[in-house]
Design a protein around this ligand. Structure first.
Ligand code: SOE
Length: 386
């Protein structure tokens, strides 16, 4: 029998065994993707073998609900199992490095939720483990799922095809309001030791990844500002200090000469999940908002000027990225589909023996930008070269 998930050798493949670590919001989102991917896309067969979490009863309940054959509480035992080929890490960021490195060393393909880790040194160690594992045919990927929004994948193609000419400016903002209420309680996402940072690592990371992804370019300079508006929130034993930012702003310079502004907030009252991206080029422009994820605004500057203007493309045609697998043309998809697309691409990369994208190196590059913004914010008004 050939190795699971690797290109065919002598015999038939067995399904790839998957373990997911974490069963909260992201574990739930990834679980539905593992459950659905084979029904819609032509990918290697997978089996949802085991879901891992700390609370035995809660993880058993989640496993039964989300389609996992079993549950477990010890991730170390799980990554040692011969019937586990893929480890999907949906646990909070402070656990990413330890689990990912151990899983890669055990020869398991690894998908890890964004951001890659909470600290730069951890991310560097993860990249070293990923590079060593890649040499043994073991793949790794970081889950920036918005790369798999069809409209954004299509936007990248339009930019790569030169339809915007030379890209000069990008405005990227990711605004949410789930922390706008000052009485919202503490969570692990508001403590530096568990989350690393606030809006910066949680959602500015998506915006920064998009800027680099859409332009196929790299940030080389950053200056930034971080702010916490609600310094104390109700905790288990009374009011507790919030130790991360509520909002983050940055200006970035890309190696190709474009400038980008990035703004992220989890206290932007009224904005629910608005990842908004505008790209301005010498010959055209694009605009996208995640709250309307099936749409892309495109201005094609090649026609007569009196006929120009942004037009709304409804990105629901089978010719658009990922969409031929879903519904007849014109039928919209949702946020959860991006995770299914992500797993589709991960499985095809494993099947073909190709490194998936975004790689841990791409994740590290985002971490470098986050660290530069933090450094600049701490120094108040310094521009940091990457
Ligand atoms: C919370 O802000 C959050 O769930 C992020 O952690 C996700 O990455 C983002 O996709 C949606 O918002």
């Amino acid at each position: 029998m050939s190795a699971p998930g690797l290109p065919d050798g002598a015999g038939p493949r067995r399904p790839l065994g998957v373990a997911a670590i974490g069963y909260a919001f992201m574990g739930k989102a990834h679980s539905q993707a593992w459950r659905n991917v084979g029904a819609y896309f032509d990918v290697p067969a997978v089996e949802q073998r085991v879901l891992v979490g700390r609370d035995p009863d809660a993880v058993a309940e989640a496993a039964a609900k989300y389609g996992w054959a079993e549950s477990a509480t010890d991730w170390r035992e799980v990554i040692a199992r011969d019937d586990v080929d893929i480890v999907d890490i949906c646990a909070p960021g402070w656990l990413h490095a330890e689990i990912a490195i151990a899983a890669l060393e055990a020869g398991k393909h690894v998908l890890v939720e964004k951001p890659l880790a909470n600290a730069l040194a951890e991310s560097e160690a993860m990249v070293a483990a990923a590079v060593a594992a890649r040499g043994r045919g073991v793949q790794s990927m970081v889950g920036f799922n918005y790369r798999r929004v069809p409209a954004l994948a299509f936007a990248r193609k339009l930019i790569a095809d030169g339809r915007l000419g030379v890209v000069r400016e990008v405005r990227a903002s990711y605004l949410q309001d789930w922390l706008a209420d000052s009485s919202s309680p503490m969570t692990w996402r508001l403590r530096k030791e568990t989350a690393g940072s606030g809006a910066l690592g949680d959602i500015a990371s998506h915006a920064i990844d998009q800027v680099q992804y859409l332009l196929s370019d790299t940030v080389t300079e950053a200056s930034g500002r971080l702010h916490t508006f609600v310094g104390r929130r109700p905790g288990r034993d009374g009011a507790e200090d919030v130790t991360v930012d509520d909002a983050a702003w940055a200006t970035l310079v890309l190696s190709g000469g474009a400038l980008a502004s990035v703004e992220a907030s989890r206290v932007a009252t009224g904005r629910k999940n608005s990842l908004r991206i505008e790209v301005y080029g010498s010959e055209g422009s694009l605009a996208f908002d995640l709250e309307r994820l099936n749409e892309l605004e495109f201005l094609d500057g090649s026609g007569p000027v009196q006929e120009q203007g942004f037009r709304r493309i409804v990105v629901t045609e089978p010719e658009h990225p990922y969409l031929e697998a879903w519904w007849p043309q014109g039928h919209v998809i949702g946020w959860e589909h991006t995770f299914t697309h992500q797993i589709r691409d991960f499985l095809l990369a494993i099947r073909d023996g190709n490194p998936p994208s975004p790689s841990f190196e791409d994740g590290l590059q985002v971490q470098r930008v986050l660290a530069a913004i933090e450094e600049s914010a701490a120094a108040k008004s310094t521009t940091v070269q990457l």
